[in-house]
Design a protein around this ligand. Structure first.
Ligand SMILES: Nc1ncnc2c1ncn2[C@@H]1O[C@H](COP(=O)(O)OP(=O)(O)O)[C@@H](O)[C@H]1O
Ligand SMILES: [Mg+2]
Length: 309
């Protein structure tokens, strides 16, 4: 069996949220709730779910920006958080992120060349000529040119900036690229270009990809596997083709229906059940208040739903 590059076991992260009117009364938000997943080398996993479902928190846990309250992250089958500083440093180099807003993720005062060269110098080579030719190559790879290295972030369009973020993420040869809604800040006309670029790079480099999106169509285009999140929980997880052909959870079905619509309307409701989707579910049953059944459809495809009990 092929080795997992990354594996998450029961990963949970809770935030304290302060009530705005009573600064002292605390509530807790479980942003990621008992998440389990595996990503094999060269595979791509898409995480889909509407705003607030915990996707960014999960990405930040995987990239090491946040520490989980409980659960494990295994990197090449070794537990990451209890490994030493050296393993963690290697991990941070090997897991690179592409952010939703390319402008806020790049230093506005630095020319693109400076932004790109620092990582290369630290991790790949100290040779100045090599660093330069590598930067030039990266620009070509993402559809820009060597000339662009001398410009500042404000001189680029959103789409071009996202190309630069992709170049920066790839510049130090990571094993895993985590892209958090990489096209949602871009014009619709530009989105397809960036998605095509990601697809091309994935095919050419064989890089492992974790893609976060709120649009199922994007995950369907780029990812072998899909995890559907809602209020911190992974409601459905499986091969993208299987999940799209045979969605099990009502929320997944709802997302599929909504993919043609521009956006999924966010409905804010109180939770009345153990299942986070209880309030919006057409199939809500009393049992959903205190039980959540894990239905294993195939070896690689499950959903948390009592309909299948
Ligand atoms: N630093 C934080 N402090 C408090 N609450 C947070 C923090 N980060 C995220 N949250 C909350 O956790 C939930 C998940 O957020 P997030 O991971 O950003 O979701 P998504 O990326 O799917 O939109 C939301 O309810 C959000 O308000
Ligand atoms: Mg997010």
């Amino acid at each position: 069996m092929e080795k997992n590059l990354i594996e998450l076991k029961n990963l949970t992260k809770t935030f304290k949220a302060y009530d705005s009117s009573f600064k002292t009364s605390k509530t807790h938000i479980t942003a990621t709730d008992d998440i389990n997943l595996q990503i094999k080398k060269a595979d791509s996993l898409g995480i889909v779910g509407e705003s607030g479902s915990g996707k960014t928190t999960l990405a930040n846990l995987i990239t090491g920006i946040l520490t989980p309250d409980s659960g494990k992250i295994l990197y090449k089958n070794k537990e990451l958080l209890s490994s030493g500083e050296k393993v963690f440093r290697e991990y941070r180099k090997n897991v690179q992120m592409i952010f939703q807003d390319p402008y806020s993720s790049l230093n506005p005062k630095l020319k693109i060349y400076s932004t790109l060269k620092d990582g290369i110098k630290r991790h790949i080579t100290k040779d100045k000529k090599e660093i330069y030719s590598r930067c030039a190559e990266l620009m070509e790879m993402v559809g820009l040119t060597e000339k662009h290295l001398n410009r500042y972030p404000h001189q680029f369009s959103g789409g071009q900036m996202q190309r630069i973020s992709i170049a920066r993420a790839l510049s130090i040869e990571p094993e895993l690229v985590v892209a958090d809604e990489p096209v949602s800040s871009l014009d619709v006309s530009i989105q397809a270009q960036i998605l095509n670029l990601l697809q091309k790079l994935r095919k050419e480099s064989g890089k492992t990809l974790l893609l976060i999106a709120h649009d199922l169509a994007i995950v369907n285009f780029l990812c072998d596997e899909i995890l559907v999140m809602y209020k911190g929980k992974a409601l459905e997880y499986g091969k993208t083709s299987e999940v799209i052909k045979n969605p099990i959870h009502p929320y997944t079905k709802n997302l599929l229906e909504a993919t043609t619509k521009k956006d999924i309307k966010k409905v804010v409701t109180e939770t009345t059940g153990l299942c986070p989707y209880a309030n919006r579910c057409k199939f809500f049953m009393d049992i959903c208040r205190n039980e959540l059944y894990k239905y294993q459809a195939t070896e690689t495809h499950y959903a948390l739903c009592n309909l299948y009990k």
